[in-house]
Design a protein around this ligand. Sequence first.
Ligand code: OGA
Ligand code: MN
Length: 195
Amino acid sequence: MLDAFVADLAEPGWCVVPDFLSDAETGTLRAECRQALSADGFRPAGVGSGQARIRSEIRGDHVLWIDESQAGPALKAVLEKLEALRLAVNQGLFLGLFDVELHFAVYPPGAGYQRHLDRFRDDDRRSLTVILYLNEDWQRDDGGLLRFWPAESVAPLDIVPTGGTLVTFLSDRFWHEVLPARRERLSLTGWFRRR
Ligand code: OGA
Ligand code: MN
């Protein structure tokens, strides 16, 4: 799996990995996410870097930044899998990925995220985006699709946020958007950064 993953990131620069997590792993991680949600740990996501502004018309999700030292067992296991990806990518592509910043994200019904790139204008450390969906039994009609443009001049793909699926892409290259969700939509999203 790692070889194919690295090859896809070399060209075309993105890939979707169904069943990156098993149903059991996804379920446990979803429970950890829900627990943090009920403990009121989430805040409206901001736009931009540094002192981010809240602009719910641009993005309506709520996020909880992950503190790795506080991670539960399911999250720890995922962190290990992501670390293996980081090492494989560094070996194969020389991206110099140094660390990862991660948050849980919850989109309440009606929330989406307008078309954007993940790299900030004033901070180019974010290099590789990883999105891991935690949803149970998500249907196309539930909305919340990830609309992803593989290139500027082609029609976008709509990716269903099925639990256990990993989506990854080079952060500075690919425009994407989250269509409004019709039910609560959960994910763990992160960015591998260089120094
Ligand atoms: C993001 C983002 C996409 C998704 O958080 O920057 O684009 O499918 N998320 O959750
Ligand atoms: Mn994004």
